[in-house]
Ligand binder design. Structure first.
Ligand code: NDP
Ligand code: 2IT
Length: 442
């Protein structure tokens, strides 16, 4: 049987200077400790195999800015595990991107993708390129250069990237165009494409909508309903906007959003038309919100979750919610935190939440709607057909319900029925481990 602290020590020594990755590994291994009591996992070296990526690729991306100067960034793709299907996971363009962050995201993605029940392995990629303040032409030249190298490693049956922070429909379009030109093949090697040329309806909305469907499932299970709830959301990107949109459609009042510069509080409920115009059309910051909604508040700096709410949906980035913030939520009577972002709670904040009287769902379960609809986009591309919005939305609802049912069953089986972190990690881990064990010494 495994000695877990020994294993964690070995992994830490093998991956120095990778705090985000090590944090993600520790969280999963801590949760699955009761499963690992079965000695078959140790016999089959599952921890060693599941924590070592199949391969991690880093490459130079040279591109020419509008002044004619050659600029250099670093690109990454971590192909972590393909026991269940082709590597699948987003690309992040943000100056903070490094190998530790990409490895942590790829590691989380393995279990998230397993939870969807679709045939998807786990991977993630990106670059330290900062899309902010760049012209469309600069974004295009960067994406083309990035894909010139990435195209050597991906393919519809091999590795299928999508969007993440800083990568949306525009960037996917430029990368898809370049991939097609290099390969001379029209295949679904990327998801999150525009619906104009092979994207799935509802993909853009899927992570945010799925998050709210998931939250509704948890609340229903506890004899409650999302309708009429006060909701705080952080972030103002793809996930945050569509989470807020679905919450409003289901009768919630959404009070806050945030971005990297500051946050807004609108006691009458956020006007998403104004937000979409600022963030998606003008690509500016939320300080402009007050120009259209003078009664709203704008605060520069970090959002500390000080506005009382019943539902909290962190949808910006990792480690955005610290101990003080979760304490604010708990003190103000928040009932549930469901993660739209990947690992938005710091390890310290998570510890507080797990010991408090508040429901909590980890991102690998609650934000899996995005990659699930990416899986459906892959199916539609392979079949050369297109499902209606209603069809995709129904499938998304079914997948989110399936994830909740499975993880709550796993949590109950291991004696902690409300511990959805444990349920998600156990359920995802067991699926991947079973698949690895059936495929021999790979
Ligand atoms: P976007 O780039 O569309 O939006 C990100 C938002 O978060 C922006 O409002 C951005 O602010 C803010 N933000 C990013 N980094 C920071 C930071 N360091 N500090 C403060 N604010 C920050 O990304 P997505 O909405 O796609 O992704 C949000 C989260 O959801 C990420 O954790 C991502 O991994 C996760 N996720 C995304 C999925 C998807 O399908 N897109 C699927 C599942 C999870 P600003 O506008 O100022 O840049
Ligand atoms: O974190 C995620 O799940 C994503 N960024 C979406 C991945 C995908 O392949 O759709």
């Amino acid at each position: 049987m495994y000695n877990l602290s020994n294993e964690i020590k070995k992994i830490s020594e093998k991956n120095p200077n990778e705090p985000e990755f090590l944090n993600a590994v520790k969280e999963v291994l801590d949760s699955v400790a009761p499963v690992l009591e079965d000695s078959k996992y140790e016999k089959e070296s599952i921890i060693e195999r599941i924590t070592e990526p199949d391969r991690q690729i880093a490459f130079r991306v040279s591109w020419i800015d509008d002044s004619g100067k050659i600029r250099v960034n670093r690109g990454y793709r971590v192909q972590f595990n393909n026991a269940l299907g082709p590597y699948k996971g987003g690309l992040r363009f943000h100056p903070s991107v490094n190998m530790s962050i990409i490895k942590f995201l790829a590691f989380e993605q393995i279990f998230k993708n397993a939870l969807t029940g679709l045939p998807l392995g786990g991977g993630k990629g990106g670059s330290d390129f900062d899309p902010k303040g760049k012209s469309d032409a600069e974004i295009m030249r960067f994406c083309q250069s990035f894909m010139t190298e990435l195209s050597k490693y991906i393919g519809a049956d091999k590795d299928v990237p999508a969007g993440d922070i800083g990568v949306g429909e525009r960037e996917i379009g430029y990368m898809f165009g370049q991939y097609k030109r290099l390969r001379d093949t029209y295949e679904g090697a990327l998801t999150g494409k525009s619906v104009v040329y092979g994207g799935s309806l509802i993909r853009k909305q899927a992570t945010g909508y799925g998050l709210v469907y998931f939250t509704q499932n948890v609340l229903n299970h506890h004899g409650d309903d999302i309708s009429g709830k006060k909701v705080c959301v952080s972030g103002a990107g793809n996930v945050a906007i569509h989470a807020a949109e679905k919450a409003q459609q289901l009768g919630c009042k959404v009070l806050t959003l945030s971005d990297s510069k500051g946050w807004i509080y609108d006691s009458e409920g956020i006007d998403l038309k104004v937000v979409k115009d600022i963030k998606e059309v003008m690509r500016k910051d939320l300080s402009l919100y007050k120009e259209s909604r003078p009664n709203a508040e704008y605060h520069s700096g970090k959002f500390k979750w000080t506005i009382p709410c019943e539902v909290a949906l962190p949808c910006a980035t990792q480690n955005e919610v610290d101990a003080e913030s979760v304490q604010n939520l708990i003190n103000n009577g928040c009932k549930i935190i469901c993660e739209g972002a990947n690992m938005p709670l710091t390890a310290e904040a998570l510890k507080i939440v797990l010991n408090a009287d508040i429901l909590y769902a980890p991102g690998k379960a609650s934000n899996a709607g995005g990659v699930a609809v990416s899986g459906l986009e892959m199916s539609q591309n392979s079949m050369r057909l297109k499902w209606s919005s209603e069809e995709v939305d129904e499938k998304l609802k079914g997948i989110m319900k399936g994830i909740f049912d499975n993880i709550s069953e796993a949590a109950a089986e291991y004696g902690e029925p409300n511990n959805y972190l444990m349920g998600a990690n156990i359920c995802g881990f067991k699926r991947v481990a079973e698949a690895i064990m059936k495929q021999g010494a790979v």
